[in-house]
Design a protein around this ligand. Structure first.
Ligand SMILES: [Zn+2]
Ligand SMILES: [Zn+2]
Ligand SMILES: [Zn+2]
Length: 138
């Protein structure tokens, strides 16, 4: 398990330090996106600044992407393999469940092409859908 986690870091040109392995391991266990404060809580008593820097490094290297779900606390989720340094391709819908308050990546739900007026060029797009998730549907 440890070796697989380490390889994921090496694949993204990230030096696999103990803290980075710990944070990635935690991210791999999540079924939904996780906030920085939840990562801090899970990894207590690890230093918050180190955790923050770790996540920022992951984001810069294309390992995680940031999701603004409108709750005021940004969430992080793992990227697909095709993201790289300064190059994210996470053009999928994010879903915020108003019942369980979890935020999910929906990689199979792509953001549709939208037409913009001439001379407007998009650099990123976010599509957040709010509603009830599959777990809460029953
Ligand atoms: Zn990404
Ligand atoms: Zn739910
Ligand atoms: Zn996502």
């Amino acid at each position: 398990m440890e070796a697989v986690t380490g390889q994921k870091l090496i694949d993204k040109n990230i030096n696999p330090t103990a803290m980075r392995l710990l944070v990635l391991d935690l991210l791999l266990q999540q079924a939904s996106a996780i906030s920085l404060s939840d990562i801090e809580k899970a990894l207590l008593p690890a230093d918050r600044i180190t955790i923050y820097r770790t996540i920022k490094t992951f984001e810069e290297k294309g390992l995680v992407h940031l999701i603004d779900d409108g709750t005021g606390s940004p969430k992080y989720a793992l990227c697909k393999d095709d993201c790289g340094a300064d190059e994210h391709h996470d053009m999928h819908v994010h879903f915020y469940c108003i019942n369980c308050k979890e935020t999910f990546c929906l990689p199979d739900s792509k953001i549709p092409d939208i037409s913009l007026p001439s001379k407007f060029s998009p650099s990123e797009m976010n599509l957040l859908v709010k509603g009830t998730c599959d777990q809460c549907a029953e």
